[in-house]
Design a protein around this ligand. Structure first.
Ligand code: GLP
Length: 260
């Protein structure tokens, strides 16, 4: 069962997760961090940039992004290359050559998945993967129905995901139709998954992922197959959880030797 930590605000989730990552990086400077895009992880990146300003050195950290749009130039402000650069690389002081985002260029798309999997393998694997979740339960761009064994590949976005992401573009028609995304099988290889969710709009998908049947109809439910998952949510996102009392009880009695 995942450890579920309910916090009062996204800001406190950001502090909790950033403090954990920072202490891991201090012990292991070449830490491999899996980064997600979307609004949810922003408080973590904000808190991490504060740690960087306080002197934590992230310059040897390798980072791997979950996904990228297909056909959007890397220089487009909403490409995940740009988003990762803006929200993570620059504020944390990561070294650009150690940061990898799947290649969404049309000309080389046939081999994008395989090349990304090779880079991941060469890194020794992701130590901690930050995850958000879509309102329909998608992880990265693994839409409902995605195989739990899937690796990095091209995936067609659902109309619901395109509408949800239209806020970053002029209109839904400007949102690309395809993505290149780590598969659920890729994500499950990370050594520690940290799933974040905030707000009522995520409550159903979160409960289905944490407590519902393990089914490809809810890609987030793949986390139940992983040996080390920490779920950090606010009250609104936790509102549909059935075993909330147990999570709080377990957290209250957590042994001091057990970390995040
Ligand atoms: C996108 C990303 C996902 C992200 C999801 C939720 O589709 N590919 O990685 O988890 O949106 O986004 P948000 O955090 O903005 O709600």
């Amino acid at each position: 069962m995942a450890e579920v930590i309910v916090v009062s605000t996204p800001g406190s989730a950001g502090t909790l997760v950033a403090d954990h990552i920072s202490s891991r990086v201090e012990q292991q400077p070449q830490f491999v961090l899996g980064v997600a895009t979307g609004s949810t992880p922003l408080p973590v990146y904000g808190a991490l940039s504060e740690r960087a300003n306080e002197g934590v050195d992230f310059s040897q950290v390798q980072a791997f992004a979950l996904d990228e749009y297909v056909g959007l130039p890397a220089s487009h402000p909403e490409s995940y290359h740009s988003v990762v650069d803006r929200e993570v690389v620059r504020p944390l002081g990561l070294s650009r050559e150690l940061v990898h985002v799947p290649d969404g260029a049309l000309g080389s798309i046939q081999t994008a998945g395989e090349r990304f999997e090779q880079l991941l393998a060469a890194s020794g694997g992701v130590d901690l993967q930050i995850l958000g979740i879509g309102g329909d339960g998608h992880l990265a761009f693994n839409e409902p129905g995605s195989s739990f064994g899937s690796l990095t590949r091209v995936k067609t976005l659902t109309q619901a995901t395109r509408e949800a992401n239209a806020r970053f573009f002029g209109s839904v028609d400007d949102v690309p139709i395809h993505s290149v995304t780590q598969g659920l099988g890729t994500i499950l290889r990370a050594r520690h998954l940290v799933l974040l969710a905030f707000g009522e709009a995520k409550a159903k998908a979160l409960a289905a992922s944490v407590e519902g049947p393990v089914t490809s109809s809810v890609p987030g439910s793949a986390i139940q197959l992983h040996h080390h998952v920490t779920v950090v949510v606010d009250e609104a996102a936790a509102s549909e959880l059935q075993h909330r009392d147990y999570y709080d009880w377990a957290l209250q009695h957590k042994p001091s030797w057990q970390g995040l």
